[in-house]
Design a protein around this ligand. Structure first.
Ligand SMILES: Cc1ncc(COP(=O)(O)O)c(C=O)c1O
Length: 463
């Protein structure tokens, strides 16, 4: 049955009211739309005429038909609004999306080997054959899975094979796949406190029994976990550099955690998001490298080592769990873009990745020193930094005060995308300070200029 004028009218009206088509937007000509929808021109004419009559559209002669530029669209009903619009949520969404300096989690964009990347991208695009244009493999492009296995084995001390690598679009898909492949909705999940905000947010929605274990200078308090949540099915941890405190999980606690998981048949999810960037020792092996019982699910990302926009992460699956991941993967995933995987596979297997990491390790430790010096110069006595062994950000603790939310808001008004530490906590024992990235600082002077912007307001707030 062909479409009547009423249906065309309704489609336009609804799209205008929903804000999909905006005041001032141009509509297709009657002829073009009639052809597109396989209807007679007079059907489209009738729909447009009603919409003009009701004031949704205006006809501008030769210019065509537009959505009435003076139309005021009512805001959506309250029940369509997001669940929570609190300041903490906004600070994290700003951190991810708002422009500005010192943005967390963004690697040194000035030092990325763009020319090399473009060369590889051209080569990968030219190599695409019809066969590559069908569906990408759900668990990932084989040469990339091989390159990742070889990288994590050599650099992170793992002992896996390519068939244990599941390539995903990053942290969120990693967690969702793991929870669905190995758990049930009612399983108890323990997360670090403070902990990665986007992880908390996802787990609050998808894990019905979410609990927290505090983190101190030696990482997650495993005694606390054993005392309060020995029955947890999952512990999700950042052992190399805790997010956000950047502390490293101590060796005794690593063994304690592994022993608990083995004894209880629980899973440890090791989020090694920036484990590559360790400055005091050459390599800091991953927790997974100590895991003789295959209870650790290792997850990694190329957001820190290559660029966040690449949207490629991966899971190293426990061998026995591969069939479960395959089954769930076939349901939840459709594979990642093949072209991106081809470029990345070449970047790794031709050695550029290792070279880049080596360069970044030196650069980041220099840039961290620049920011520390700037803080010391501009804010003597205000902040206290407990220097960790690595990572891509520092936490500047407030020595005596607790107004980190207000302080972060001031700094953000000066285009400094720092984050209030207290917002990363769920338990009551909070610490206060600013979490700030140094990866894109280019000189001590630049850092001084940047952080001097909010100087007067900072001192006024903390006086
Ligand atoms: C703690 C933590 N885990 C994982 C990630 C990686 O997330 P994705 O792979 O989705 O970019 C980040 C990125 O900021 C992070 O901070």
């Amino acid at each position: 049955m062909t479409m009547g004028y009423r249906e065309i009218y309704e489609r336009y009206r609804q799209n205008i009211l929903a804000g999909v088509i905006k005041p001032g937007d141009k509509l297709p000509s009657i002829r073009v739309l009639a052809e597109e929808l396989h209807v007679a021109r007079k059907t489209v004419e009738a729909a447009y005429a009603v919409l003009v009559g009701e004031g949704y559209l205006v006809s501008r002669g030769a210019k065509g038909t537009l959505v009435n530029p003076d139309l005021v669209i009512p805001s959506p009903r309250p029940d369509m609004a997001p669940d929570s619009e609190d300041a903490t949520l906004n600070q994290f969404l700003d951190l991810r999306d708002a422009p500005g300096a010192m943005r967390l989690g963004i690697p040194a964009l000035d030092a990325f080997p763009t020319k090399k990347w473009l060369l590889l991208a051209g080569k990968a695009a030219r190599s695409l054959r019809p066969n590559d244009m069908t569906n990408p493999p759900v668990m990932g492009y084989t040469p990339l899975r091989e390159a990742i296995a070889s990288y994590v084995n050599i650099s992170r001390g793992l002992n896996c094979t390519a068939d244990q690598v599941f390539i995903t679009s990053g942290y969120r898909s990693n967690l969702m796949l793991i929870l669905h492949a190995l758990g049930m909705k009612s399983d108890k999940v323990v997360f670090e406190d403070p902990g990665y905000f986007f992880g908390q947010r996802l787990l609050k929605r998808f894990a019905t029994q979410l609990h927290y274990a505090p983190v101190d200078r030696q990482g997650i308090d495993v005694d606390y976990l054993l005392r309060h949540h020995p029955d947890a099915r999952f512990a999700i941890v950042t052992p190399s550099h805790h997010s956000p405190l950047a502390v490293t999980l101590s060796l005794p606690r690593k063994h304690q955690l592994l022993e608990w998981a083995a004894g209880n048949q629980s899973w440890i999810v090791e989020d090694d998001y920036d484990g590559e960037f360790h400055y005091t020792r050459k390599v800091l092996p991953a927790l997974k490298s100590l895991d003789t019982q295959d209870r650790v699910i290792y997850i990694g990302t190329f957001s820190k080592t290559v660029m966040p926009a690449i949207r490629i992460g991966y899971i190293i699956m426990p061998r026995a769990a591969i069939p479960r991941f395959r089954e769930i993967g076939e349901i939840m995933e459709a594979g990642q873009p093949l072209l991106t995987q081809k470029i990345l596979a070449a970047f790794l297997s031709e050695g550029h990745f290792y070279k880049h990491l080596k360069k970044m390790r030196t650069l980041y430790s220099q840039r961290r020193a620049m920011l520390l010096e700037a803080l010391h110069t501009v804010y003597p006595g205000v902040f206290e930094v407990e220097l960790s062994e690595g990572g891509m950000h520092i936490v500047a603790f407030l020595r005596t005060r607790t107004q980190d939310e207000e302080l972060a808001a001031i700094w953000r008004r000066h285009q400094l995308q720092v984050s209030a530490l207290s917002g990363w906590y769920c338990l009551s024992n909070k610490r206060y300070g600013l979490v700030m990235s140094y990866t894109n600082i280019v000189s001590t002077q630049q850092a001084i200029d940047l952080i001097s912007g909010p100087h007067a307001e900072t001192l006024a707030l903390l006086s």
